[in-house]
Design a protein around this ligand. Structure first.
Ligand code: PPS
Length: 311
């Protein structure tokens, strides 16, 4: 089932028909979550694959073999993808499941479940740039057009997978309300991968010893993941992902947006952000420059600001 040109409109959002059908989306909304499930939630390009790798490695206590022999989409199937039903049935406990769906679509299915949910977010300017490059290589996504055109559709929320603003607002508004929800940012992972792995392992109630944590860090690094065929999408046929037009594991940097957005686009982005998330208590880390790397105290202040708001 290729359906590269098909777009499925569902719940006010368009989804690529190559991966989604009306039936698969309907099934996702009624999914019988189990208390032992771990659900990774993200808007595309926010660090989904990174978190899949982190949870895989935590579960295997740092042993890389599973992540080197099973593709990420089979280890942590996307709940809403049409090919996932059989994969989900075949998963052993605890199941790791992935989704890009907004909270409003899963609220009912998750009500009362003790499923552990990890919401991964990334600063939206880097999401925008990463998503733009992904559109160029993914033949199941619409033609992105020029960067300015994609910039406009991203800001007005008409891109496939819906509005980044609504996604982040929906899930982060549940912090405190959903007892088993952890929010982790791409920027935290970038600045302190080891600390983030310890934080996720403790949330999952799977404490690791030092050697196991170090092994997780090693196999969750950008270079290790970029070289891992089970993660880097190199096994996806070129008619679906055109590898001549880019790499899935592209740059892996915080602040890459500065190489693409003009000052004018940046100002427009800031004003849309202020308009769409006016009472947002989230603080965004837009760049990690050398000063910030040296000044761990100022970084810590930022991270603890995130954590404090989650409590
Ligand atoms: S998807 O298509 O939604 O599953 O994409 P997603 O995995 O959410 O995001 C892909 C971006 O995450 C980067 N990435 C990493 N960065 C740093 N370190 C590690 N280990 C890592 N793993 C994935 C990946 O390179 C994409 O970002 P860009 O900015 O395009 O490089």
């Amino acid at each position: 089932m290729s359906r590269l040109e098909v777009a499925e409109a569902f719940g006010g959002i368009t989804f690529p028909g190559h991966l989604h059908t009306q039936e698969s989306l309907q099934l996702a909304l009624k999914f019988p979550f189990q208390d032992t499930d771990v659900l990774i939630v993200s808007y595309p390009k926010s660090g989904t694959t990174w978190m899949q790798q982190i949870v895989t490695l935590i579960t295997s206590r740092g042993d890389p073999r599973v992540s080197q022999t099973a593709p990420n989409w089979a280890r942590a199937p996307w709940l809403e993808h049409h090919y996932s039903a059989a994969l989900l049935d075949a998963l052993s406990q605890p199941r790791m499941i992935t989704t890009h769906l907004p909270h409003r679509m899963l609220a009912e299915a998750l009500r009362g479940a003790k499923t552990k949910v990890i919401y991964v977010s990334r600063n939206p300017k880097d999401v925008l740039v990463s998503f733009y490059h992904f559109h160029k290589m993914a033949n199941f996504l619409p033609d992105a057009g020029s960067f300015q055109e994609f910039f406009n559709t991203f800001l007005d929320g008409t891109v496939h997978f819906g509005s980044w603003f609504d996604h982040v607002k929906g899930w982060t508004s549940q912090l405190g309300a959903m007892p088993n929800l952890l929010h982790v940012t791409y920027e935290e992972l970038s600045m302190d991968l080891k600390g983030s792995i310890v934080k996720v392992s403790s949330f999952l109630q799977r404490p690791l010893v030092e050697d196991e944590v170090n092994s997780c860090v090693r196999y969750c690094s950008f270079s290790s993941m970029k070289d891992n065929q089970m993660i880097n999408c190199s096994l996806v046929p070129p008619e679906i992902l055109d590898h001549s037009k880019g790499a899935f594991m592209r740059r892996g940097k915080v602040g890459d947006w500065r190489n693409t957005l003009t000052d004018e686009q940046n100002e427009r982005f800031e004003s849309v952000l202020a308009e769409k998330l006016p009472v947002c208590s989230l603080e965004f880390v837009w760049q990690l420059d050398i000063e910030q790397h040296r000044d761990t105290k100022s970084y810590r202040t930022k991270v603890s600001a995130w954590s404090a708001r989650q409590e």
